[in-house]
Design a protein around this ligand. Structure first.
Ligand SMILES: [Zn+2]
Ligand SMILES: [Zn+2]
Length: 219
């Protein structure tokens, strides 16, 4: 069964696990790939990304679950997102996530919009994203996230409805910080169904993610 997660955290920010343990734990859950995307701003981008690139080099030589080094730009001013996303790419981030306007944190208004105009891959937990922003995500091929995380998941149904209406790509991520947060393939599909997606829409979402991953790995 296809299974990925492109948004989670290790000890390089506020997660509990070393990258190696995190990857091992999802390997036994049958994941084909995982992106570790630690919280970053200008203070720590150059701390996190080179370390994830280094450990990914080691881990990926031995097969199993593929580790993609990434980052989650978190609570940075909307005007800084584009520059920091470019810096993250230069440092070797394969997956750039932006911490969107979740309803459970005071994320700066305008974050969703600026993130969708920047070189990012995934807008995490976008909260009450606008119709125009959903269209922008579709046009730019940026994934809108259905979150497995408590709190952020409150608007999953809303996000799924707008994504369907405007043909924006969706991805289901755990936003895991601790061992118990990583979802089985079955649970991730329940999260998708719980957001109002059909079983077929959920499988289509994973097939699209698989194609995207293939391009990432070959790039
Ligand atoms: Zn976040
Ligand atoms: Zn996160």
């Amino acid at each position: 069964m296809l299974m990925f997660d492109f948004h989670c955290h290790c000890i390089l920010s506020d997660g509990e696990l070393l990258p190696s343990e995190l990857v091992r734990r999802v390997e036994i859950l049958g994941y084909q790939a995982i992106a570790i995307t630690d919280h970053a701003d200008a203070s720590n981008l150059d701390h996190i990304i080179p370390r994830l690139v280094k450990v990914a080099g080691d881990i990926n030589r031995h097969g199993g679950t593929r580790l993609l080094p990434g980052v989650e730009l978190t609570h940075v001013h909307p005007e800084l997102i584009s520059r920091l996303a470019a810096e993250a790419r230069d440092l070797g981030a394969r997956v750039v996530v932006c911490h969107g306007e979740t309803v459970v944190e005071p994320v700066c208004p305008g974050t969703n919009r600026s993130a969708l105009e920047a070189d990012i891959d995934i807008l995490a937990h976008p909260g009450f994203i606008s119709e125009e922003e959903a269209r922008l995500a579709a046009r730019r091929g940026i994934f809108l996230e259905i979150s497995g995380r408590k709190g952020h998941s409150l608007t999953n149904g809303y996000v799924a409805r707008l994504a369907r209406a405007h043909n924006a790509p969706l991805v289901i991520n755990s936003d895991g910080h601790a061992p118990g947060d990583f979802m089985t393939a079955e649970h991730a599909r329940r999260v998708g169904r719980g957001a109002g997606l059909s079983a077929e829409e959920v499988e289509a979402l994973y097939r699209r993610a698989a194609d995207w991953l293939k391009q990432k790995v070959q790039a």
